[in-house]
Design a protein around this ligand. Structure first.
Ligand code: SAH
Ligand code: SF4
Length: 398
C-alpha cells in the first residue's frame, strides 16, 4: 500500500486502525478508503466498485457487526474477508447516562487516544450527537475545560465517523431507514477546534451524510468554531453544513481576554467571514453561542453590543448557562440576569433560546469534556455533582 490511509500514530505502520485481534477495522472508513483496501486485498479491479458499495451499505445502513449478515455476498468471499477484516468498533471505556437521558461515551480509539461524545435527546424534536474533532485543544478559552487539556492529536475521519456509529449502536437505531430515529442531528461541539482539522472533518461529514449510509442531512450537521476565520467560508463551501460561532463577547477587548484566538482574528474579520458564509438565508442562519459568565459578559451593555454586532446577519443566539468544572474561577450568571439578556436580544429580532444544561451530573455539558476526566478526585466529582444537580433543579423549574 502506498501512503498511509490514516494518520494515527498509535496504529501500525500501514496507518490502518486495528481491532484487538489484529484485523483491520472497516467501520468508519469512507468509500475511497474501502476501495483502496479492497484493491490491496486482491479484489479484481472491475469488481471493486460493487464490493465497496456492498460493504458501505452493510456497515452504514445496517450497522452490521457479523459477516454472516451480509447476505448478498457469497459465503466463501465473506469467509475470506472475515479472516482479514473486522466489523468491530473501538472499545467504549465508559458509558454514562444522565438522569435527564443524556448519554456520554468515552471511546478509546487507540492507546492514549480517548475521545468523548455526548448524545442529547430532545433536540430539534429528535436528538443530537455532540462529537469531537480533536483530542484536547490548542486554544485556551478561559471558561472551557477542554482548553485546559493540551492537544494530543487530530482525530481521523474514521475516528470521527465511528463516534456516530457507536451512538447509533447504543441507541439501537439500525437500519438507517428506521422511522422515528432519535439521532438525526450532529454537532461538532465536543472536544477540539474542528477548523484546525478541516480536511478530516470534511471527509467525516461526507461519510456521515452519505444518503446510502448513515443518511444524516447536511443541514442537520453543525460545525462550531471559536473563530478560525480563514477556514470558515471554505468549510461551508466544502460541506454545506450549518455554522455555529462561539462568540461569548461582542467587543474585542473582552473577547481577547476570554478567548485568546480573538487576538489573531478580531471581531471585524470574524463577522465578515460570517457574512460571506455560503448560502446564508433566513432559513439557514448562523448560530452564535454565548456563554453566560457572571459579572463578565452578561450586562445590558453587553447585550446591546451583541445586537449591534449581529446587525444584518441572519442569526440566532444560543445563550449557554456557564457549566462549572474543577478549578474554574468563573460562575454562571444568575437566572434573572440571563432572562433579561435573552429578552433584550429577542426584542431586537433574534431568536435567543437559553440552552438548558444537559448531562451536568455526568460532566457531559458544554465545555465540561476532557478525556482525562478520570483523573478528577472522587471528592471533587461528588462536590461538583451535588452543585450541578442543585442548579439543574433550578432550571428545570422554569
Ligand atoms: N472548539 C469549538 C467546538 C467546541 S463547542 C468551539 O469552541 O466552538 C463547545 C461550546 O461550548 C463552545 O461554544 C464553547 O465556547 C462552549 N463552552 C466551553 N466551555 C463552556 C462552559 N464551561 N460552559 C458552557 N459552555 C462552554
Ligand atoms: Fe477549544 Fe472550543 Fe474549548 Fe475554546 S471553547 S478551548 S476552541 S474546545
Amino acid at each position: 500500500m502506498g501512503t498511509p490511509l490514516i494518520d494515527n500514530p498509535a496504529t501500525p505502520s500501514d496507518g490502518l486502525m486495528r481491532a484487538s485481534d489484529g484485523r483491520i477495522m472497516l467501520a468508519g472508513l469512507g468509500r475511497e478508503e474501502l476501495a483502496n483496501i479492497l484493491a490491496d486485498f486482491g479484489i479484481e479491479p472491475k469488481k471493486i466498485r460493487m464490493r465497496t458499495k456492498q460493504l458501505f451499505h452493510w456497515i452504514y445502513n445496517y450497522g452490521v457487526r457479523e459477516w454472516d449478515d451480509m447476505t448478498n455476498i457469497a459465503k466463501p468471499m465473506r469467509a475470506k474477508m472475515e479472516r482479514v477484516f473486522s466489523l468491530a468498533r473501538p472499545e467504549i471505556v465508559e458509558r454514562l447516562i444522565s438522569k435527564d437521558g443524556t448519554r456520554k461515551y468515552l471511546i478509546r480509539m487507540a492507546p492514549g487516544i480517548e475521545v468523548e461524545s455526548v448524545f442529547i435527546p430532545d433536540v430539534s424534536k429528535t436528538g443530537a450527537l455532540c462529537i469531537s474533532s480533536q483530542v484536547g485543544c490548542t486554544l485556551t478559552c478561559k471558561f472551557c475545560h477542554t482548553g485546559t487539556q493540551r492537544l494530543v492529536r487530530n482525530l481521523t475521519a474514521q475516528e470521527i465517523a465511528l463516534q456516530v456509529l457507536i451512538a447509533r449502536d447504543d441507541l439501537g437505531e439500525w437500519p438507517t431507514t428506521q422511522e422515528n430515529r432519535k439521532l438525526t442531528n450532529i454537532v461538532f461541539m465536543g472536544m477540539g477546534e474542528p477548523l484546525y482539522n478541516t480536511q478530516k472533518v470534511g471527509d467525516a461529514i461526507d461519510i456521515i451524510c452519505d444518503p446510502e449510509g448513515l443518511g444524516i442531512g447536511r443541514r442537520r450537521v453543525t460545525v462550531s468554531t471559536s473563530g478560525v476565520v480563514p477556514d470558515i467560508v471554505p468549510m461551508g463551501a466544502r460541506t454545506n453544513a450549518m455554522l455555529a460561532i462561539s462568540l461569548h463577547a461582542a467587543n474585542d477587548e473582552l473577547r481577547t481576554q476570554i478567548m485568546p484566538i480573538n487576538k489573531k482574528y478580531p471581531l471585524a474579520e470574524l463577522m465578515q467571514a460570517c457574512r460571506d458564509y455560503p448560502s446564508l438565508s433566513n432559513s439557514k442562519r448562523i448560530t452564535f453561542e454565548y456563554v453566560m459568565l457572571k459579572g463578565i459578559n452578561d450586562s445590558p451593555k453587553h447585550a446591546r453590543e451583541l445586537i449591534n454586532l449581529l446587525r444584518g446577519i441572519p442569526a440566532k443566539v444560543n445563550l449557554i448557562p456557564f457549566n462549572p468544572w474543577p478549578g474554574t474561577d468563573y460562575e454562571c450568571s444568575d437566572w434573572d440576569v440571563i432572562e433579561r439578556f435573552a429578552d433584550m436580544v429577542n426584542a431586537a429580532g433574534y431568536a435567543s433560546p437559553i440552552r438548558t444544561p444537559r448531562g451536568r451530573d455526568i460532566f457531559a455539558a458544554c465545555g465540561q469534556l476532557k478525556s482525562e476526566s478520570e483523573k478528577m478526585r472522587a471528592s471533587e466529582k461528588r462536590r461538583l455533582r451535588e452543585s450541578a444537580s442543585e442548579s439543574m433543579g433550578e432550571y428545570d423549574n422554569l
